[in-house]
Ligand binder design. Structure first.
Ligand code: IFM
Length: 459
């Protein structure tokens, strides 16, 4: 086509009717308004303002200014023909210091957003914790302390009480693995600590928080609540058939995946990982494991890439991960759609959640605004087509996959990478805050409107 876009080719849809087509964001990455309407400081405000922490020296103070521009963002979702939007609530907007007096104007913002989405027929998926812990709680031990789990339950209750008549889908935590490893073991994300001994207590407090929040939401939410959490799952493969490499892959899967999914779905931490992370016996109190394994309604899966592993020392307790090869995104992640099918099938087989959603899938590329005013991102179009086809393959294999959320609705603050990474379906022109739908956004709009029947494109 003359404008560089591709034409979708109609076909029969292999996606079930009612399959959700969505996009995802997180509060700190898009909202800005860091101290507006009574919002308190979060660990990400503190971390991003600490010199040397963020690659390009930026912060989320303004980000995409979505706190002021949320109506435009809802318009964008409608233009994309999407039927679901996953966003997160900033805990310090609701409770400035994490506990105590609820800040009504903070909740008003999300109240308006939810109504705006519902008016457009877009199903809200609300994440309660996407990494922006109130700094005041961090000052009292943060996720190293199980008291934080209790505070999280109170926060979940307050949000459920206010939005639970309209919001049905809740995600308690986003990516507990990244929180524990990057926040407390490698120090590459807030709060920026690095002590191997912290992984176990932090994980345990997070999973307790999840269990308590599930119970709080079930008690408060008046619409029939559907509750889950979102885990990041990587396709892990051994570099060879050698027994020690296969064992290394199993170990990494344990550290990254079984460590979270076994307690959630089986009520027990895996013994091999407990030993590797030196989990103290007295960390687990009576009733903890039952609480963590409180039944949920769905599992959210954030899938981006694969890694290949071999025996040998890697980072911290991890075996050696080989450098990524093949087609890479600007994050340095290999494009590997087959891994999405493999991961979905494995989770279905090993943990059997009633429903799965791909709660994040997407790619960062060095997008630019072209002279014709468009953003041509053929790599992302190809990425989406191949990953959506992989999702379709998972469904064909019997996985109860009910929706797919692209990360992200628009380019935004990519944590320690600042604004260097563009994941959006829309390009964010940070100078003007204009959002410009990329070619991949136009592509997804066609696919979503046909419930996936137009995945295949003519070049
Ligand atoms: O931007 C993040 C998101 O906040 C959590 N999952 C991975 C994305 C890309 O790094």
């Amino acid at each position: 086509m003359a404008d560089g876009r591709q034409a979708a080719v109609a076909g029969a849809s292999d996606f079930p009717s009612g399959f959700l087509w969505g996009a995802a964001t997180a509060a700190y990455q898009i909202e800005g308004a860091a101290a507006t309407d009574g919002k308190g400081e979060s660990i990400w405000d503190r971390y991003s303002h600490t010199p040397g922490r963020i690659e390009d020296g930026t912060t989320g103070d303004v980000a995409c200014d979505s706190y002021a521009r949320w109506r435009e963002d809802v318009d964008l979702l409608a233009q994309l023909n999407l039927t679901a939007y996953r966003f997160s609530i900033a805990w310090p907007r609701v409770l400035a210091t994490g506990r105590g007096q609820v800040n009504a104007s903070g909740l008003d913002y999300y109240d308006r957003l939810v109504d705006g989405l519902l008016e457009r027929g877009i199903t809200p998926f609300v994440t309660l914790y996407h990494w922006d812990l109130p700094q005041a709680l961090e000052d009292r031990g943060g996720w190293q302390s199980r008291d934080t789990a209790g505070a999280f339950a109170d926060y979940a209750r307050a949000v459920g009480r206010r939005l639970g008549d309209r919001v049905r889908h809740w995600i308690t935590l986003n990516e507990p693995h990244i929180i524990a490893y990057e926040g407390y073991l490698y120090g590459t994300k807030a709060p920026g600590l690095s002590h191997a001994a912290l992984v176990a207590p932090v994980t345990h407090a997070l999973l307790l928080a999840h269990g308590l929040a599930v119970q709080a939401l079930r008690a408060e939410a008046r619409a029939a609540a559907r509750i889950g959490l979102a885990v990041n799952v990587t396709a892990i493969e051994s570099a060879s058939d050698r027994e020690e490499d296969v064992e290394a892959a199993r170990t990494l899967d344990g550290l990254w995946h079984r460590w979270y999914l076994d307690p959630l779905y089986r009520g027990t931490y895996p013994a091999d990982v407990r030993a590797l992370l030196a989990m103290p016996d007295d960390l687990i109190r009576a009733g903890d494991l039952e609480l963590i394994a409180t039944p949920t309604d769905f599992l959210g899966v954030n899938y981006y890439t694969r890694v290949r592993v071999r025996a040998g020392h890697g980072r911290g307790p991890e075996p050696e991960v080989l450098p990524a090869e093949g087609q890479l995104t600007t994050m340095g992640w290999e494009v590997y759609p087959e891994g999405l099918t493999a991961v979905a099938r494995r989770l279905h087989q090993d943990y059997a959640p009633g429903t799965l959603y791909m709660t994040e899938s997407g790619a960062a590329y060095a997008d630019t605004l072209a002279e014709d005013g468009a953003v041509h991102d053929p790599d992302r179009v190809r990425y989406l087509r191949r990953h959506l086809a992989a999702a379709r393959d998972a469904i064909a294999a019997g996985v109860p996959l009910a929706g797919y959320f692209v990360w992200s609705l628009m380019d935004n603050f990519e944590w320690q990478r600042g604004y260097t990474q563009r994941f959006g379906l829309a390009y964010t022109d940070y100078a003007t805050q204009r959002r410009i739908l990329k070619d991949s956004g136009h592509y997804l709009a066609e696919v979503a409107s046909a419930n996936g029947a137009r995945l295949v494109m003519e070049d």
